[in-house]
Design a protein around this ligand. Structure first.
Ligand SMILES: O=C(O)CCC(=O)C(=O)O
Length: 265
């Protein structure tokens, strides 16, 4: 089970998250609690994965990871993980909001030999009219930087929306140039123990190196946003697709609160 006690977050950690747009926390899920969730997530990814091409036959996005979404809909054990109040309370505390809702979850398994994750902003994809969005990115195995821990441009979240730049070779070129020009400090964990997680804001520029190892990098993510958020303009095609998938029936200006977006903590 997921521990019911609150994960302690200091005021300094909240300030660091709000300044940098990301933070690394150890033992978000203690090691002894990981096995059932690891196994359920790996099993559900195997059942739901539709990618059958060899790495060499995919584009840059396809080589970055196996992306499998909303696993909670297919496994009660994964549901317990995704709906965990312990994780949601961390998200709420870091963002300084009362309550958060679920946007969606996704497993991001970077395969052995998998490619870069190009620089990007998550919120490019999300029709959410708020700066209060956050992703928990948890590794379910011990990993090192050369397996693809996330690399963050610290402080880049204050830039807000940088335009219609989906994950691609173009985002890698354009946003890497932007990061270099602005002189953001880059931060990347050298190592992460299973159960550690980074939390990053929807506007924080981030990327990841290839997986140079011969092992899978099993990352599980949960995306949260502040309760009370409205649906934004559907001003790029990914936001239209996301509205259809994660906020079914919602129109710009509506409360972002479909049956897929329960309040979690
Ligand atoms: O797992 C990765 O390599 C990228 C993760 C990411 O972009 C995210 O969770 O927002």
């Amino acid at each position: 089970m997921i521990p019911e006690n609150e994960y302690p977050i200091s005021d300094e950690q909240v300030a660091a998250y709000q300044r940098d747009g990301h933070i690394l926390l150890d033992d978000v899920l203690p090691a002894s609690n990981i096995p059932p969730y690891h196994d359920a997530i790996v099993r559900t990814v195997a059942e739901r994965n539709t990618e059958t091409r060899a790495l060499k036959d995919r584009d840059t996005y396809g080589m970055a990871f196996l992306q499998t979404m909303n696993l909670w809909e297919y496994s009660d054990t994964v549901k317990e993980y995704v709906m965990a109040k312990r994780f949601a309370r961390i998200a709420a505390r870091l963002m300084g909001v009362e309550r958060v809702r679920l946007y969606h979850d996704q497993a991001l398994f970077k395969e052995a030999g998998g490619g870069i994750t190009p620089w990007h902003q998550d919120q490019h994809y999300w029709p959410l009219a708020t700066n209060k969005t956050i992703t928990m990115w948890m590794t379910l195995a011990d990993i090192s930087a050369d397996m693809g821990t996330l690399r963050f441009a610290s402080g880049s979240h204050v830039e807000g929306y940088l335009g219609d730049i989906p994950i691609s070779d173009e985002s890698e070129a354009q946003l890497r140039e932007f990061v270099e020009r602005k002189g953001f400090t880059l931060q990347q964990a050298d190592e992460m123990r299973a159960g550690a997680a980074t939390f990053h804001s929807g506007w924080t520029l981030h990327s990841a190196p290839p997986n140079f190892s011969d092992r899978m990098r099993p990352a599980m993510t949960v995306i949260y946003y502040a309760d009370g958020t409205l649906v934004s303009e559907l001003d790029n095609k990914n936001r239209i697709g996301d509205r259809d998938r994660w906020l079914p029936g919602a129109e710009p200006g509506d409360l972002a609160a479909s049956p897929l977006n329960p309040i979690l903590g």
